[in-house]
Write a protein that binds this ligand. Structure first.
Ligand code: RB5
Length: 150
């Protein structure tokens, strides 16, 4: 059973709640790292928290949302081992999984509507990493991150 970590700032609070219920409805386990209301918070805290949950193995994958999806994806990507992909349409979500082995999906609640977001999530869930030449490319990112020459 795949376990998701999910998080957002205030700008994406309602959006995150809907996506959380959508994923739970599909039978996935979800741990919610907040935020839990509309009070203004810093997206960085939530991106890093979800990133750490995924990087540590406490969760298999993550979903992060803020107004644009930009700040929270940048934050999550600072955690070693995270490959967060900001997606505004389903094709990129599919490719992020198949080619980049992305482990966190980022979306912008002020950019896309909730029904499009659900399509993006569906594409993400249905896609699998394709290995092969893509493994070599992802390994170069990981090697750089770990200060190894590849
Ligand atoms: C919050 O106003 C907004 O800056 C944040 O949600 C996000 O869009 C930042 O990248």
């Amino acid at each position: 059973m795949i376990k998701f970590a999910i998080g957002s700032d205030h700008a994406a609070f309602h959006f995150k709640e809907e996506i959380k219920q959508y994923i739970i409805g599909k039978g996935y386990e979800v741990e919610d790292f907040g935020t839990f209301n509309l009070e203004s918070v810093d997206y960085s805290d939530y991106g890093i928290a979800v990133g750490e949950a995924v990087a540590s193995g406490a969760a298999d994958m993550g979903i992060v949302c803020c107004g644009t999806g930009i700040g929270i994806s940048i934050s999550a990507n600072k955690v070693k081992g995270v490959r967060a992909a900001l997606c505004s349409e389903p094709y990129s979500a599919k490719m992020a999984r198949e080619h980049n082995d992305a482990n966190i999906l980022a979306m912008g609640a002020r950019v896309i509507g909730i029904e499009l977001a659900k399509m993006i999530v569906d594409e993400w869930l249905n896609a699998k990493f394709q290995n092969g030449r893509h493994s070599r490319r992802v390994k170069k990112i990981t090697d750089y991150e770990n200060n190894r020459v590849s």
